[in-house]
Each structure stands twice: as structure tokens, then as C-alpha cells.
Ligand binder design. Structure first.
Ligand code: URA
Length: 271
């Protein structure tokens, strides 16, 4: 194939799609450009002053899609206004404060049973979750299903959410700003479900729920009473299924955590 050949529209779209899936969300060149030193672009052929006002407005490139930065106070007051999970889902669907939304295909709100007494909190949707609209439906979700089954649980007996409900581009970790904007919605989701037990999956979910900068290896397997929003609940951090897929030897530790979780379930009559 000649390198000079112009790509047709279908080829251009598939290249763009590939970039998007790889997490490329900014177009930058090889060399830095000082935009402040540049003159504003002038429409070619037509003197700028000859343009009618409306057309002149159209000549300015549209702003990048999505907000520059949302307001955490607005997120908190919006989330607090939700009286039901359906309200909360609707609010998130129309919320434009968090830039993640503009790179994701759709909202990934929750899966499982909203009446469940057990809640699982993961990190962020991946590519499969973004495509299907439910948390933990990809490879790590399949392992999670097996982990749940091993202690007598299923998707019908738990409620599953993530710390952020939109897929970060290219599966990068959500930024602290994105987490801060999404946290009020997670807090409200926990308040509305009011679980008796919480299992966090992986480091970022543990750090959000336990409000710590400690790592998951130090924290896993240790129960703690935490307050999420205004809801007090016993929570256990364990390893993320995606980590277990990459490090099968760590399944031993995750299994110990699951047994501890099972023991607590039985203690509370949730078995
Ligand atoms: N990993 C997560 O933390 N959440 C998902 O929903 C999928 C993968």
C-alpha cells in the first residue's frame, strides 16, 4: 500500500475509532507550538469583515466537547437531591460536570439487585462495560462472577457499582478531579441502597471508600467500619479481579478475603 494514498472516509473513521479505543483524546503534534505567538486564523479568500456576523461566528472552531472543570459543590447538591436510584441515574445521565462522560459511550450505573444487603465497589468501567452499559461484564467480570459463586453469591444477591460511572479513555485511572466530581453520586448511591456489607475491589476503590492513601496490599483483608456519604457500614478491601488475572498467585490472598467476607455474612444472617 502506498503511504501517500489518501484514506477514504471509512478508513479515516476506523483510524479514529482505533485512536479513541486506545485512549487518544487530544490531537498534538510532534513539536510544541506557541499558540499565543500565533495570529488568529483568517478565513481564506473572503476578507473577514465581509463575513456577516453569523457566518463569522461559525468560522471560530467550536469549543472542545465537555466541561473544562465541573463544580464539586454542584455535584454534591445534585446528588443529594436524588430520592431514588432511578432519580440518581437520571441525574447522572443529564450531568455534564465530569469530562469522562464526553469520551465514554454511555453511563455505567450499576448491576445486580438494588435491594441487596451486599454492595461491591470497583474502580471504573472498561471497554466492555462501556459498550454494554453494566459494570464488570468483561474478563474481570467473569472472574468476579466465579469469586462470588465461590462464597454462595451471585449478581442477583449483590449490587455492583464503580467509583466513576464512565469509562476513562484508554482505561487510564480516573484523575483525582474526576473522582471528586463522581464521589457525591457514589455516596448517594450507597445511601440509597444502604448495604450492610461492602466489598471494595482493588486499590482506587479501597482508597476512595477508606479515605486513605495506603496501598491495597497493605489494606486488603482488614475489615473497617466506614461512613460512605451518611451511611455507616462494615467494609472489606480485596484485590481487583483484573489484578488476579495478571497475577494468578495472588488468588490465594483474595480467597482468604472472600472467606472472611463469607464469615461476616453468616454472622449478620446474610448467608
Ligand atoms: N473494572 C472495574 O473496576 N470495573 C468494571 O466495571 C470493570 C472492570
Amino acid at each position: 500500500m502506498s503511504q501517500d494514498r489518501q484514506l477514504d472516509n471509512a478508513e479515516l473513521l476506523s483510524v479514529l475509532d482505533w485512536y479513541r479505543a486506545a485512549g487518544v483524546d487530544l490531537a498534538v503534534g510532534e513539536e510544541p507550538v506557541d499558540r499565543f505567538a500565533q495570529k488568529p486564523p483568517v478565513a481564506t479568500n473572503v476578507p473577514p469583515r465581509a463575513l456577516p456576523a453569523q457566518q463569522e461566528a461559525r468560522a471560530v472552531p467550536p469549543p472542545a466537547q465537555g466541561p473544562i472543570g465541573g463544580d464539586p459543590a454542584e455535584a454534591r447538591s445534585l446528588a443529594a437531591s436524588a430520592q431514588t436510584l432511578d432519580d440518581l441515574k437520571g441525574l447522572l445521565e443529564s450531568y455534564n460536570g465530569c469530562g469522562l462522560k464526553f469520551r465514554a459511550t454511555q453511563l455505567v450505573f450499576a448491576d445486580g439487585n438494588p435491594e441487596a444487603k451486599i454492595m461491591l465497589i470497583g474502580e471504573a468501567p472498561g471497554a466492555e462495560e462501556d459498550r454494554i452499559g453494566k459494570p464488570f461484564v468483561g474478563r474481570s467480570g467473569h472472574l468476579l462472577d466465579k469469586m462470588l459463586a465461590a462464597i454462595g453469591l451471585s449478581r442477583e444477591s449483590v449490587y455492583i457499582v464503580n467509583t466513576v460511572p464512565w469509562r476513562p479513555p484508554g482505561n487510564r485511572a480516573p484523575t483525582p478531579e474526576e473522582m471528586e466530581l463522581c464521589l457525591p453520586f457514589l455516596n448517594r448511591q450507597v445511601e440509597l441502597v444502604a448495604p450492610k456489607l461492602v466489598l471494595t475491589l482493588g486499590g482506587p476503590a479501597m482508597q476512595t471508600v477508606f479515605q486513605t492513601t495506603n496501598g491495597i496490599i497493605k489494606m486488603r483483608g482488614k475489615w473497617q467500619d466506614v461512613t460512605i456519604g451518611s451511611h455507616e457500614v462494615a467494609a472489606l478491601p480485596t484485590l481487583h479481579p483484573a489484578y488476579l488475572l495478571r497475577n494468578p498467585a495472588a488468588k490465594q490472598q483474595a480467597w482468604r478475603d472472600l472467606l472472611s467476607f463469607r464469615a461476616k455474612m453468616l454472622e449478620l444472617g446474610l448467608g
